[in-house]
Design a protein around this ligand. Sequence first.
Ligand SMILES: [Mg+2]
Length: 137
Amino acid sequence: MADKKKERRIGNKWIGVDLDGTLAEWDGWKGHEHIGKPIPLMVERVKRWREMDIEVRVFTARASIADHVPPVQKWLEDNGLPGLAVTNQKDYKMLQLWDDRCVQVIPNSGELVKNANWVPPVDTKTEDDATEETDKK
Ligand SMILES: [Mg+2]
């Protein structure tokens, strides 16, 4: 029964949701153990999707470093979203990606979707700091 309901909604697809700046407040890199406060509107949205039996995966660059995943899982548990997959990989079943850095284009055109002309700030600090943490090991 639940499978049929889900099938009608989105089939076997999943929705990707970014962590930093999307599910959690972002105020610069403070180490991989630090994750910002939950953003209520987004957290509640994800909870509703789960209640609708829609698969949600947390789509974050943190998943590119294995040691950075457990704090994400703990944060999800602490904020009412236990058991979500944490990944940095797309596959053909990804239906949507919700991310504060996304710039959406109209398919087959290269044109920006209306009101999507905001350019995300370049934040090399995040990548550099994450890489440095790994290099020290
Ligand atoms: Mg982000």
